[in-house]
Unconditional design. Structure first.
Length: 135
């Protein structure tokens, strides 16, 4: 009896996996709500293989806001001041704190005014509507 499929070359298998990550997994991370991202993190090695969830799942999730990430680096980008508009319409301004912005929660360090230098947040990835880079 013959197998139901032809054995693909390893290169074909690896290319298929890269395509699935690029066309399915990464876009899912960019759109999934926080609760689903947390479920995925628990099974991340089974889903994505031996790659770190912080450098993939959470970085991809934050990349739904391109002004919060830097291509090629994991986590949120701390080097640019941002204005974050929340789903309720309010805005906050500051520099992202990458060390404290973990697992779908964004923390900013306030700039200007009476709150300058103070910690703002954390803000859930689900409550963020838009992120604009300032300057």
């Amino acid at each position: 009896m013959e197998p139901a499929f032809d054995m693909a070359r390893f290169e074909d298998l690896a290319a298929s996996r890269r395509e699935w990550i690029a066309s399915v997994l990464r876009p899912w991370c960019q759109a999934a709500p926080l609760a689903e991202l947390r479920k995925a993190e628990q099974e991340w090695q089974d889903i994505a293989g031996r790659i770190d969830a912080d450098s993939t799942l959470w970085t991809w999730a934050w990349s739904r806001f391109p002004n919060l990430v830097h291509e090629g680096l994991s986590g949120v980008d701390e080097t640019h001041e941002v204005r974050v508009t929340l789903s309720g319409g309010s805005t906050v301004t500051g520099y992202p704190d990458a060390r404290k912005s973990q697992k779908g929660w964004l923390v900013l360090v306030a700039t200007g005014g009476s709150l300058s230098g103070e910690e703002l947040g954390p803000y859930s990835i689900d409550e963020i509507f838009e992120v604009e880079r300032i300057g």
